[in-house]
Design a protein around this ligand. Structure first.
Ligand code: HEC
Ligand code: HEC
Ligand code: HEC
Ligand code: HEC
Length: 177
């Protein structure tokens, strides 16, 4: 092209200004209104997050209606475990203080699978001091039972040593108390 050096410089400057102008317009057009009110984010996001319905409850929220389970659970070694880990969310069960839905209750082999999510020796991430683990089928062999036994046939799901301690008391293997 036969443009002079000066002309090219002017063209470059014009296009830079044009791009800056378009950028500025787009920024004003596309940025949400509440952006930057408090910082580099949408101020409205805070209200939106606060409005998300609460799905979970503490164990205390379950105890209100489940006095029977509460008594057993509180007295056993599973007292630190969340009811929801094994049963699902509060919001699927109770709305505004009333039972509205049915929570899943695992049975048979599903229970063994559930227990092994925390108690499988294969999980090396936590030490035995934090959580006791068992290996299958060794644990069942040690008890001299059929390998088809599920965990809840000996362990109470809500207080895992309840039956076992009771049996020990009855057979005199353990001091009462
Ligand atoms: C480690 C997992 C686990 C935890 C933690 C747990 N549950 Fe359960 N729960 C089960 C399983 C498995 C069953 C069914 C099998 C059984 O009763 O042996 C059950 C049964 C129940 C049932 C009876 C359901 C029926 O229709 O028979 C209720 C109610 C219940 N749990 C409430 C609770 C509450 C409330 C908590 C917290 C205090 C809790 N559970 C904590 C695993 C658990
Ligand atoms: C407003 C009272 C109320 C609260 C709070 C409540 N439940 Fe229930 N739940 C019931 C009633 C009523 C039943 C049916 C009768 C029964 O099994 O005791 C039930 C039944 C269950 C069952 C058996 C399956 C079913 O849905 O019928 C499970 C498991 C259960 N609840 C777990 C929980 C857990 C876990 C929590 C806390 C996250 C909880 N419940 C909180 C009232 C409540
Ligand atoms: C969410 C993880 C979790 C699940 C699921 C779970 N447990 Fe536990 N369990 C624990 C923790 C934590 C303890 C207390 C620490 C300990 O003693 O290992 C415990 C304690 C125990 C103990 C006593 C161990 C001891 O100290 O002598 C037994 C037995 C047991 N659980 C069996 C079961 C059975 C059976 C199931 C299935 C119904 C189950 N657990 C499901 C976490 C879990
Ligand atoms: C036939 C009965 C029986 C069955 C089935 C059974 N257990 Fe046990 N379990 C026991 C006895 C008995 C103990 C020893 C308790 C003690 O030493 O006080 C025990 C201990 C445990 C311990 C503590 C181990 C330790 O190092 O102290 C855990 C964890 C455990 N069982 C989990 C499970 C899990 C998970 C299942 C299902 C895969 C299961 N058990 C099935 C009878 C059984």
């Amino acid at each position: 092209m036969g443009l002079s050096y000066k002309m090219r410089l002017v063209l470059v400057c014009i296009s830079i200004f044009a791009m800056a102008g378009v950028g500025f317009l787009l920024k004003n057009l596309l940025l949400p209104d509440s952006f930057g009110v408090y910082g580099h984010f949408r101020a409205d996001a805070i209200d939106e997050a606060a409005e998300v319905p609460i799905r979970h409850g503490t164990n205390d929220s379950c105890f209100k209606c489940h006095g029977f389970e509460a008594k057993i659970h509180r007295a056993g070694l599973h007292r630190t475990i969340s009811c929801e880990f094994c049963h699902g969310s509060y919001a699927d069960h109770v709305v505004e203080g009333k039972k509205t839905g049915t929570l899943p209750v695992k049975t048979g082999e599903q229970i063994t699978t559930l227990c092994l999510r925390c108690h499988n020796t294969e999980i090396k991430a936590r030490s035995e001091q934090v959580i006791k683990t068992v290996a299958l089928p060794d644990h069942l062999r040690d008890q001299q039972v059929k390998l088809t036994h599920n965990c809840n046939q000996c362990h109470h799901v809500h207080a895992p040593l309840k039956y076992i301690n009771r049996a020990k008391q009855i057979t005199g293997l353990m001091e009462k108390g």
